[in-house]
Write a protein that binds this ligand. Structure first.
Ligand code: HEC
Ligand code: HEC
Length: 278
C-alpha cells in the first residue's frame, strides 16, 4: 500500500510540476509562434503523427469510387485553379506567397505512399486545422474532389515537362527587399532554406521537417563530389544549382524556386559548413 501511495504522490507532483512548467513557458511567451522559425522537431513530429491518426480515423468509412481517365482530365483543371499555387506540380514551383507558410505545403507527388484514396478525399474535403490547408467541401463538388484525388494518383508518373505544360505560369516579379534576419552568423542559410520550403522535398541538416524523399537527403552534402551528378560540388556551383536547377539540368524534377543570389549563397554555406563541422 505504501509503495502505491508513494508512486501516486510522485506521479501527482510530477504532473503538477509539468503543468506549472508548461504554464510558465506559455505565460512567458517563450515559444516563438512566428513563421520564420519552425516548430521544433518534437512538436513537428507530434503534429505529424496526430495528423496521420486523425485522418485515418475520420476517413475510415468513406467509400472510394472508381477513378477514370476523364476524372484525371477534370482533376487537372481543378488542380490548376486551386492547388498548384501552394503545392506546385512536377517541374513547377509553388507561388511565392505559399513558400514561407509554416508548415509549408509540400509537393503531392508522393501522396499515394502516405495516404489511401479515401484519406486524400477526406483531407481535401475537410482541410487541416492550423495549416494553410483549407476545407474544400463547400467550394468543390464531390466529383471534383474525387477528380483531384485521381490526378494526385497520376502525379508520380507525370514528367516535369508534362507538369510544366499543364500547370506552369509566368514567373512572379520579385521584391527588392531581403529582410535581415537576426543572428547573421551563418544561421541565416538555415532559416532561408525553410523560407523557400526546401524541406518539403529534402531532409536538411538543422531544419525540422517531414521525412520526405522527393529529393535526395542533403544531410551530408559536403561529402558529395557532384551537385545533381552534373557540377563539381563547390559553393559557387551549389549556388548556381539552387538558383536555377532547370538551367543546369533541363527536365530535372527540382523546380526553379526564384531564390535570390544572397539567399542561395547563405543556403550553400550552411549545407557545406554544417557537414564539414561534423
Ligand atoms: C493556401 C495554400 C494551399 C492551397 C491552395 C491548397 N493547399 Fe493543400 N496543404 C496546404 C498546407 C499548408 C498543408 C499542410 C502541410 C503539412 O501539414 O505539412 C496542405 C496539405 C495538403 C495535403 C496533405 C499533405 C501531406 O503532406 O500529407 C493534401 C493531400 C493537400 N494539401 C491537397 C490539396 C489539394 C488537392 C488542393 C487543391 C484543391 C490544395 N491542397 C490546396 C496548403 C494549401
Ligand atoms: C519539389 C521538390 C523540390 C524542392 C522544393 C527542392 N528540391 Fe532540391 N532536388 C529535388 C530533386 C527531385 C532533386 C534531384 C534532381 C536531379 O538530380 O535532377 C534535387 C536536387 C537538389 C540538390 C542536389 C542533390 C544531389 O544529391 O546532388 C540540391 C543541393 C538541392 N536539391 C537543393 C535544394 C534547395 C536548397 C532547395 C530550396 C531552395 C530545394 N532543393 C528545393 C527536389 C526539390
Amino acid at each position: 500500500m505504501r509503495v502505491l501511495r508513494t508512486v501516486l504522490i510522485t506521479l501527482g507532483v510530477a504532473a503538477l510540476a509539468g503543468a506549472l512548467g508548461a504554464a510558465v513557458f506559455v505565460g512567458q511567451g517563450w515559444y516563438n509562434v512566428g513563421a520564420v522559425t519552425q516548430h521544433w522537431q518534437p512538436v513537428f513530429t507530434l503534429l505529424e503523427t496526430g495528423l496521420r491518426y486523425s485522418v485515418r480515423h475520420h476517413a475510415r468509412e468513406i467509400l472510394v469510387p472508381e477513378r477514370t481517365s476523364a476524372m484525371v482530365q477534370q482533376g487537372v483543371k481543378v488542380y490548376a485553379q486551386h492547388c498548384v499555387q501552394c503545392h506546385g506540380a512536377p517541374g513547377v514551383a509553388p507561388k511565392l506567397a505559399s513558400l514561407a507558410l509554416q508548415p509549408s505545403p509540400g509537393p503531392l507527388v508522393h501522396m499515394t505512399q502516405r495516404w489511401q484514396p479515401n484519406e486524400l478525399y477526406w483531407i481535401i474535403s475537410n482541410g487541416i486545422k492550423m495549416t494553410g490547408m483549407q476545407a474544400w467541401r463547400f467550394h468543390l463538388s464531390e466529383r471534383e474532389i474525387w477528380s483531384v484525388v485521381a490526378l494526385i494518383e497520376r502525379l508520380p508518373r507525370m514528367t516535369p515537362a508534362e507538369g510544366q505544360a499543364r500547370f506552369a505560369s509566368p514567373p512572379e516579379p520579385m521584391g527588392e527587399v531581403q529582410a535581415e534576419i537576426a543572428r547573421p552568423d551563418g544561421d541565416r542559410g538555415r532559416v532561408a532554406l525553410a523560407q523557400y520550403a526546401c524541406q518539403s522535398c529534402h531532409i536538411l541538416p538543422g531544419v525540422p521537417g517531414p521525412r520526405v524523399d522527393v529529393g535526395p537527403s542533403l544531410k551530408e552534402f559536403s561529402r558529395q563530389r557532384y551537385v545533381a551528378g552534373r557540377l563539381p560540388n563547390t559553393e559557387d556551383n551549389l549556388v548556381r544549382w539552387i538558383r536555377d536547377p532547370q538551367q543546369v539540368k533541363p527536365g530535372s524534377a527540382m523546380p526553379s524556386l526564384q531564390v535570390t543570389e544572397r539567399d542561395a549563397r547563405d543556403m550553400a554555406r550552411w549545407l557545406l559548413r554544417d557537414t564539414a563541422r561534423q
